[in-house]
Ligand binder design. Structure first.
Ligand code: CO
Ligand code: ZN
Length: 334
C-alpha cells in the first residue's frame, strides 16, 4: 500500500484543483466499483453495489475522504516578478520560510520574506513572497489566481511515513485500498472523494445531497498529543486508528461511534477515542445535510498536521483498512 500512498501524497491538489488526484484514484478503483461519476463541484462518487444477504438489512453507506490539500494562491505580482500570495486553507506562516512550492504546470517557487523590523518578529504571510526564479516581470508566465502546493516527496521511515498532504490523501488511500479489498458487501457503499474540504467542507456538503446516505463515515487525519510538550490530547501515533467522539464542528453520532468501536473489538484491532479541540472534517457537513445523517469519523493520528512533513504510522493505516472492510461486510448497527 506504500506505493499507492506515495503516488497520492505527491500528486498536486490544492483546494479546487483536485483533477490529478481524482484521475489517480479513478485508475486505482476502476474494476473494484460498479459505477463512478463526478458531480458539478468535482467530487468523485464511486458506488460498490450491495449483494443481498439473508438477515442483513441493506443500507446506503457513504465513506468520504477529501482529495484537496492546503496551498497558496497568487494575489499580486510586483514589478520585479515576485509573487505575493494568500493562504488556501489553514497555512501556518512558520512552515513556509525556505519551503518550495509547485504550480499546476510544474513550475517551482521558493518562499522568501521581507526583512523583519525586529529579529524575533513572527513571520506574516503578507510579508512573504514566492520567487520562481524569473529574472524580471517580462519573463514571468504566472497570473493572479494561480495556486501552488507544497513540494515534498514522501519519505519511508520504516514503521512511520512522512509526507505533505497526508491530510487527507491518507484517507483517500484508505478508501481506495478498502474498495480493492472489500469483495462483497450487503450494502450500497459510496466511496466519495471530496473537493474543497480545506476551505470549508464544500464538496462534502454537495455530495451528501447527491448520495443521500443513511450512514456516513469520513476518513481524515487528527492531531496527536504524543510529541514533546504537545497540547494535551489522548491520541498517539501507532495506538490504532482513532474513532472520533467530538471535534470543534461536530459530535459524532453515538451509534456510529459505538459501531466502529465494537467492530474494532470484534476484529481484535487496536483503536483509540478522539476528542479534537481544533478543526473539523467533512463529517460535519454530511451530518447536517438534508434532514440530518448519522455520521462518524475514523481518524488517522497524524503529527505535524498542515506542515509539509506530516507523519503517520503505517500500522494505523493498515488497521483502518481492516476496520472498514470488517464494518462494511456485516450489518449496520447504529
Ligand atoms: Co486539513
Ligand atoms: Zn483533512
Amino acid at each position: 500500500m506504500k506505493e499507492l500512498i506515495k503516488e497520492l501524497t505527491e500528486a498536486y491538489g490544492p483546494s479546487g484543483n483536485e483533477d490529478a488526484v481524482r484521475e489517480t484514484i479513478k485508475r486505482h478503483i476502476a474494476g473494484h466499483v460498479s459505477e463512478m461519476r463526478v458531480d458539478a463541484l468535482g467530487n468523485l462518487i464511486a458506488l460498490k453495489k450491495g449483494q443481498p444477504q439473508s438477515g442483513i438489512e441493506p443500507r446506503k453507506i457513504m465513506l468520504a475522504a477529501h482529495m484537496d490539500e492546503i496551498g497558496v494562491i497568487v494575489s499580486q505580482i510586483d514589478e520585479k516578478g515576485f509573487l505575493r500570495f494568500a493562504p488556501v486553507g489553514g497555512v501556518n506562516p512558520l512552515t513556509l520560510l525556505g519551503s518550495r512550492v509547485i504550480f499546476a504546470d510544474g513550475m517551482i517557487g521558493v518562499i522568501g520574506r521581507e526583512r523583519p523590523e525586529k529579529p524575533d518578529e513572527f513571520p506574516k504571510i503578507e510579508k512573504m513572497f514566492i520567487d520562481v526564479g524569473a529574472p524580471d516581470k517580462e519573463h514571468l508566465t504566472r497570473k493572479v489566481g494561480d495556486m501552488a502546493a507544497f513540494l515534498r516527496p514522501l519519505a519511508d521511515l520504516g514503521q512511520r511515513l512522512t509526507a505533505k498532504a497526508f491530510d487527507d490523501r491518507i484517507g483517500c488511500a484508505i478508501l481506495v485500498q478498502t474498495a480493492q479489498e472489500l469483495e462483497t458487501t450487503p450494502h450500497d457503499v459510496y466511496f466519495v472523494f471530496t473537493v474543497q474540504e480545506e476551505v470549508g467542507l464544500r464538496g462534502a456538503l454537495t455530495s451528501a445531497f447527491g448520495v443521500e446516505p443513511d450512514v456516513a463515515i469520513a476518513v481524515d487525519i487528527t492531531t496527536t498529543g504524543d510529541t514533546p510538550e504537545a497540547y494535551p490530547m489522548a491520541v498517539s501515533l501507532g495506538a490504532g486508528p482513532a474513532i472520533k467522539v467530538k471535534d470543534r464542528g461536530m459530535l459524532a453520532h453515538p451509534g456510529v461511534k459505538n459501531w466502529l468501536a465494537e467492530t474494532a473489538e470484534r476484529l481484535g484491532l487496536p483503536y483509540q477515542f478522539e476528542v479534537l479541540e481544533a478543526g473539523t472534517t467533512d463529517a460535519m457537513a454530511i451530518q447536517t445535510s438534508r434532514a440530518g445523517v448519522a455520521a462518524g469519523v475514523l481518524s488517522i493520528p497524524t503529527r505535524y498536521a498542515h506542515t509539509p512533513s506530516e507523519m503517520v504510522d503505517y500500522n494505523d493505516v493498515q488497521n483502518a483498512v481492516k476496520l472498514l472492510v470488517g464494518l462494511l461486510s456485516g450489518p449496520v448497527k447504529i
